[in-house]
Design a protein around this ligand. Structure first.
Ligand code: NAD
Ligand code: TDX
Length: 337
C-alpha cells in the first residue's frame, strides 16, 4: 500500500489535497502531519477523520526527532505543503517563515534521504520568481527573484530541495503554483477576506491602486496537478502550475460585491503592501505537455462556487475570525479601518 506523508494537511490546500486524494486513491494511506498553527484547522477534515486510510500526527516539521519518528513508520512519498504562507505576516515576523519554510524543509529532506522515498514533492509558489512587468510569463527557467520574506523563505526551501537531488540523488519535484482559491482558505487571504468582510458590511481594504494582478487557480485543479507530479513527474524537475486567469485585485473585489449584492462603497483603498509584487502570470505549458494536466474550472464558475461555499459555511469562518486572527488584524491595520 502506498504511504503518503502530507505535511500541512490541516491548512487550506493541504486539506483539499487530502480530501481529493482519498477520493481518487482510496487505497493509499495518508499520514497528515501538521503542527496546527493559527492556519491549521482539523475541522476541514471532519469528513475523513475516521477513514481507515487516514491518520493525523500533530508534529512540527522543525522538530527533527518528531520528523524522524514519522519516517520510521515507512513512507513512500512526501508532499510538503507545511509552511507559513501569508505575505503580510512575513513582513511583520520573518523569523518564523525562515524556520518553517527553510529549516523545516531541510529536516524533511534529511529524513527522506535517511529512510529513502520514491518521491519528494515540494509545493512551492510562483512568488519565488518575483514580479512581472506588463508582458511575459514565468517559466521554469525564470530566475528566482523573491521580494518578500515569505517568497525568499520559499525560494530557500526550493533550492535546498534542488540541492538534495543534485548532491544525494533524492527523487524530488518542485511545483510552483499561482494563487489558489476555494473552500477552506483562511480569511486573511484576498478572496475569503473580502467575502467574509462584505457579508458583515465591513470596509474592504484594497492595497495601493488595486491594479496588482494575480493568476488564479481553483484549489482542486492544483490538487490534480500535484497528483500527476507524484506519479509521472521526472525526478529533479520543476513544474509550474497555473490556470491562465489573470485578474486585477479590484476586479475580483468588485465581482465579489456584485455576486453578494453589496455596495462598492465598502471598498477602501489603504496603504500599499511594502515590496508588493505587481503582476504574476504562469506559463504552465510544461505540465500540460509532459504530464497531460488540464484544469477543470474556469474562474467565473470557480469564484461563484467559492462565494456560495463561504455563504454556506459562515460558522467555519466566524469561529476563525473570533480568535487569533483578530489580534493579527489589529496589528496589521490598527485603527485605519
Ligand atoms: P495555509 O497557511 O493555509 O496552511 C499551512 C499549513 O501548514 C497549516 O495547516 C499549518 O498549521 C501548517 N504548518 C505551518 N507551520 C508548520 C510546521 N512548522 N510544522 C507543521 N505544520 C506546519 O497555506 P496554504 O495556502 O494551504 O499553502 C500550502 C502550501 O502551498 C504552502 O507551502 C504555500 O507556500 C504553497 N502555495 C500556496 C498558494 C496559495 O495561493 N495559497 C499558492 C502556491 C503555493
Ligand atoms: O487585504 C488585502 N488587500 C489586498 O489588496 C489582502 C489580504 C490582499 N490584497 C492584495 C495583495 C495581493 O496583490 O491581494 C492580492 C492577493 O493577496 P494575498 O491573498 O495575500 O495573496 P498573495 O500575496 O498573492 O500570496 C498568495 O499567493 C501565493 C498566497 O498567500 C501565497 O501563500 C502563495 O504562495
Amino acid at each position: 500500500m502506498m504511504r503518503l506523508l502530507v505535511t500541512g494537511g490541516a491548512g487550506f490546500i493541504g486539506s483539499n489535497f487530502i480530501l481529493y486524494m482519498l477520493r481518487q486513491h482510496p487505497d493509499y494511506h495518508i499520514v497528515n502531519v501538521d503542527s496546527l498553527t493559527y492556519a491549521g484547522n482539523l475541522e476541514n477534515l471532519e469528513a475523513v477523520e475516521n477513514h481507515p486510510n487516514y491518520s493525523f500526527s500533530k508534529t512540527d516539521i522543525t522538530d527533527a526527532k518528531g520528523v524522524d519518528q514519522l519516517f520510521r513508520q515507512g513512507i513512500d512519498v512526501v508532499v510538503n505543503f507545511a509552511a507559513e504562507s501569508h505575505v503580510d505576516r512575513s513582513i511583520l515576523e520573518p523569523d518564523i517563515f525562515v524556520r518553517t519554510n527553510v529549516l523545516g524543509t531541510q529536516l524533511l529532506l534529511d529524513a527522506a534521504k535517511k529512510y529513502g522515498v520514491s518521491k519528494f514533492v515540494q509545493v512551492s509558489t510562483d512568488e519565488v520568481y518575483g514580479s512581472l512587468g506588463k508582458t511575459g510569463l514565468f517559466t521554469e527557467e525564470t530566475p528566482l527573484s523573491p521580494n518578500s520574506p515569505y517568497s525568499a523563505s520559499k525560494a530557500g526551501g526550493d533550492v535546498l530541495v534542488r540541492a538534495y537531488h543534485e548532491t544525494y540523488g533524492l527523487p524530488v519535484n518542485i511545483t510552483r503554483c499561482s494563487n489558489n482559491y476555494g473552500p477552506y482558505q483562511f480569511p486573511e487571504k484576498l478572496i475569503p477576506l473580502m467575502i467574509s468582510r462584505a457579508l458583515q458590511d465591513q470596509p474592504l481594504p484594497v492595497y495601493g491602486d488595486g491594479m496588482n494582478i494575480r493568476d488564479w487557480l481553483y484549489v482542486e485543479d492544483h490538487c490534480s496537478a500535484i497528483d500527476l507530479v507524484i506519479h509521472s513527474g521526472r525526478a529533479g524537475e520543476v513544474y509550474n502550475i497555473g490556470g491562465n486567469n489573470e485578474r486585477t485585485n479590484i476586479h475580483i473585489v468588485k465581482e465579489i460585491l456584485k455576486e453578494l449584492g453589496k455596495p462598492e462603497s465598502l471598498i477602501t483603498y489603504v496603504e500599499d503592501r511594502p515590496g508588493h509584487d505587481r503582476r504574476y502570470g504562469i506559463d504552465a505549458s510544461k505540465i500540460i505537455r509532459e504530464l497531460g494536466w488540464k484544469p477543470q474550472y474556469d474562474f467565473e464558475t470557480g469564484i461563484k462556487e467559492t462565494i456560495r461555499w463561504y455563504l454556506n459555511h459562515e460558522e467555519w469562518w466566524s469561529r476563525i475570525q473570533s480568535g487569533d486572527y483578530q489580534a493579527y488584524y489589529a496589528k496589521q491595520y490598527g485603527t485605519r479601518l
